[in-house]
Design a protein around this ligand. Structure first.
Ligand SMILES: [Fe+2]
Ligand SMILES: [Fe+2]
Length: 253
């Protein structure tokens, strides 16, 4: 590699070198490159294969990631894709201690699965969509709402704008207009308080000494998450492809 290469050419060259060492070629989805601020066209699979005719682009499981069972359950995703799940486990425990109904404990347990396994921005909307076919509508609504409500205080339940947000986003940060619009719609909704409860039990400062096992919630998941018998990703639901994207995030096509 020489110095005349741009950063992205260097990354491509490194990727090609790695592909030679492996026997498969990873071509990332555009969204990963965009997240790197990289507008370059994707590496050319044909050119890489020309240098290593035995290599193939990934169309199956990614050997770099833990193997998933053929019919993955929600718990399998926690184990092989989402972990460590300390934050949501602590949130769910917090909700149990406050005496929240099981449905809401599940909502707290699942409220951040998108940041844990999929996409960060708008994670409440993505997370709600991921589980929509499998949970009570109120759970989905609440998870979508937490995305928005966490930016707005509610004195009636002692929820303040998180101090950590002032630090991480800056004191002058204001939510986007679409968030503000959603807040106005959500605050009058019959399930407002369910969404609000997620924000109340959203533990912003994780306790490093509090260890919570997922097994604590096996029964809650069993009673309130309709696990498809074909496995998440393979049940022909409107969101099955989203779960498959987490199973094989570098699948070529
Ligand atoms: Fe969240
Ligand atoms: Fe959270």
């Amino acid at each position: 590699m020489n110095d005349a290469m741009t950063l992205s050419q260097r990354a491509d060259a490194l990727e090609q070198q790695m592909s030679r060492e492996l026997d498969y070629i990873v071509i990332k989805s555009r969204i990963y490159s965009l997240a790197e601020g990289d507008m370059n066209p994707p590496p050319n699979a044909g050119a890489i294969m020309a240098q290593n005719p035995n290599a193939r682009v990934l169309m199956g499981d990614d050997p770099r990631l833990p193997a998933m069972p053929e019919k993955p359950t929600l718990v399998d995703f926690f184990k092989y894709r989402f972990g460590p799940a300390t934050h949501v486990l602590q949130s769910a425990r917090h909700a149990v201690n406050a005496g929240l109904p099981e449905k809401m404990v599940l909502a707290c347990l699942l409220h951040d699965i998108s940041t844990m396994g999929f996409i960060r921005g708008d994670h409440g909307y993505w997370g709600a969509q991921l589980i929509e076919p499998y949970v009570d509508e109120e759970v989905t609504w609440a998870i979508r709402a937490h995305q928005v409500l966490r930016f707005y205080p509610d004195e009636s339940v002692g929820y303040e704008y998180p101090a950590s947000y002032v630090k991480t986003f800056g004191a002058d940060y204001r939510p986007d207009d679409y968030v503000d619009q959603d807040y106005k719609r959500m605050r009058d909704h019959k399930w407002y308080m369910s969404g609000r409860m997620i924000t109340v039990h959203d533990i912003y400062s994780f306790d490093p000494n509090l260890h919570v096992e997922l097994e604590e919630f096996t029964d809650v998941i069993g009673r309130h998450f309709r696990q498809p018998k074909e496995g998440l990703g393979f049940d022909n639901s409107p969101v099955a492809h989203m779960w498959r994207a987490m199973i094989r995030p570098a699948k070529y096509l």
